[in-house]
Unconditional design. Structure first.
Length: 183
């Protein structure tokens, strides 16, 4: 099964993907994790991505698409988290999957109100110290999400592929709702 997790920053996509990975044996492809790994290793890609990442901007489509394309080949049960983030990325993903004779099975949209998102991101900043969870970066990321990523939900709704779940509540409550949508 090929699944995309969509939702604003702090909606719990990565947390839930990590849990499903360990419980159900899915491969979790997180573009954010991949980019942070490249930055941590000081690669050319990491240095390039850092110029966008630290400001809360999206890394250019071509860069992210190339990273994902390599990892998608030969992967059957996969959760894509943080990709696609733009409509061109979504169209490219559909094209790449079509070329290998498969398609997305589900697009899960994590719905959470803005105040809860900000609270979650501030707590994560205090625990993990992520630069992109600083107050100014949070506001900017929310703006970028509204402008660039929210239209991806509409793109997939046109194909009747979106399942919306309420991502408010405890991690376990959200997990139960999520597992219910995957059955």
């Amino acid at each position: 099964m090929r699944i995309v997790f969509l939702g604003p920053p702090g909606a719990g996509k990565g947390t839930q993907a990590g849990m499903l990975t360990s419980e159900l044996g899915y491969v979790h492809l997180s573009t954010g994790d991949m980019i942070r790994d490249e930055m941590g290793r000081g690669t050319e890609l990491g240095k390039f991505a850092k110029t966008f990442y630290d400001k809360g901007d999206l890394v250019p489509d071509e860069t992210v698409i190339d990273m994902i394309k390599e990892r998608l080949a030969g992967t059957e049960n996969v959760i894509l988290d943080g990709f696609p983030r733009t409509v061109p990325q979504a169209a490219s993903l559909d094209d790449q999957l079509y070329r290998i004779g498969v398609s997305l099975d589900k697009v899960i949209y994590f719905s959470v109100d803005v105040d809860e998102l900000i609270d979650r991101l501030e707590k994560r900043r205090d625990i993990e110290g992520r630069v992109d969870d600083e107050p100014e970066a949070i506001r900017h990321r929310m703006d970028v999400y509204d402008r660039e990523t929210a239209p991806v939900v509409d793109y997939y709704r046109d194909g009747d592929r979106v399942i919306q779940i309420d991502a408010l509540g405890t991690i376990d409550e959200v997990r139960e709702r999520l597992i219910g949508t995957l059955k």
